[in-house]
Design a protein around this ligand. Structure first.
Ligand SMILES: [Zn+2]
Length: 303
């Protein structure tokens, strides 16, 4: 098996899929596998370390921890992945070691929620620790550049002395990206995948907006700090053209109400005044009243 060639094909396939699935893979798709030189290679299976038939190295490792926002990334930008069980010589653990020796890459599948994954690749194992029953892995900058020619790295050179900081940087930014994707999935699902202001149901036109921005206190990526909004209403909310009171009433900025223009202004913005937002089904997903109040103060200053 020419692993270099295989993984290059796999990464390109993942990239193609991401262009149409928005970066979220259904488990059935991954377990169904992809075709490589006339053979179907499965990408995930019942166990976290996945070695497809005929392979000596794993093709993927999958999140071991449960629940939203849990992953195997440490704060300093390294992926710590636990062995299967407590025997360092278990077949799966030996395969991880083999991948480390051969320096073959793999894919880390991060579970956003049950049955839905984001793919992190190309990941390289950078140390094998049988004593601690784990490996350390990180995104490999050189391989990343080979796969994603469009991603520009914020470093001019990829010299040996830089490689640690580059790896850490890439792995940390990946963690942020994964958590944002998880936030989006949870918020959109809570609102039945529609805009809370206008009901628009096209996921490709929907965002998970923060009520309190993520840089501020209370700005955590949790559903009660989120709103499912279409692109135009997301921008209108961020720009304080539309405000939401703690009682879920919609307000439109005064000068906008006085304007006269085409249907987007009339129906998309002005008609929203005095309406109520459409709440999620589950009470625990409702937008938090305190956060809405704090945010509405900002609107009050301009509205
Ligand atoms: Zn909308």
């Amino acid at each position: 098996m020419d692993y270099d060639d295989f993984f290059t094909s796999l990464f390109l396939w993942l990239k193609q899929q991401e262009a149409s699935n928005g970066g979220v893979f259904e488990r059935t798709i991954l377990a169904g596998g992809f075709e490589y030189k006339g053979t179907i290679v499965t990408l995930t299976g019942p166990t976290g370390i996945w070695i497809p038939k005929g392979f000596e190295v794993p093709v993927s490792i999958t999140t071991t921890k449960g629940g939203p926002y849990n992953d195997d990334f440490s704060d300093d930008g390294i992926l710590n992945y636990r062995y299967r069980g407590a025997d360092p010589y278990h077949r799966d653990n030996r395969a991880l070691r083999e991948a480390f020796k051969r320096q073959t890459p793999l894919v880390y599948f991060y579970a956003i929620k049950k049955g839905k994954y984001q793919a992190v690749y190309p990941v390289q194992i950078i140390s094998d620790n049988p004593g601690q029953l784990c490996i350390e892995a990180a995104i490999d900058p050189a391989l990343l550049h080979k796969v994603h020619k469009d991603i520009s790295l914020p470093f001019d050179t990829l010299g040996e002395e830089n490689i640690f900081s580059v790896r850490r940087y890439l792995t940390r930014t990946t963690k942020v990206r994964l958590h944002q994707a998880a936030f989006r999935e949870y918020v959109l699902d809570a609102y039945n995948r529609s805009c809370t202001i206008c009901r628009l149901q096209h996921p490709e036109l929907l965002d998970a907006a923060h009520i309190i921005p993520d840089a501020e206190e209370g700005g955590e990526p949790v559903v009660p700090n989120g709103l499912s909004l279409c692109k135009i209403h997301h921008s209108a909310y961020d720009q304080n053209i539309i405000g939401i009171t703690p009682d879920y009433d919609l307000r439109v900025r005064g000068d906008i109400l006085d304007e006269i223009d085409g249907p987007m202004l009339e129906y998309g913005l002005k008609a929203v005044e005095g309406q109520k937002i459409i709440l999620p089904n589950r009470k625990q997903d409702y937008p938090d009243k305190d956060r809405l109040a704090k945010r509405f103060e900002e609107f009050g200053k301009v509205g």
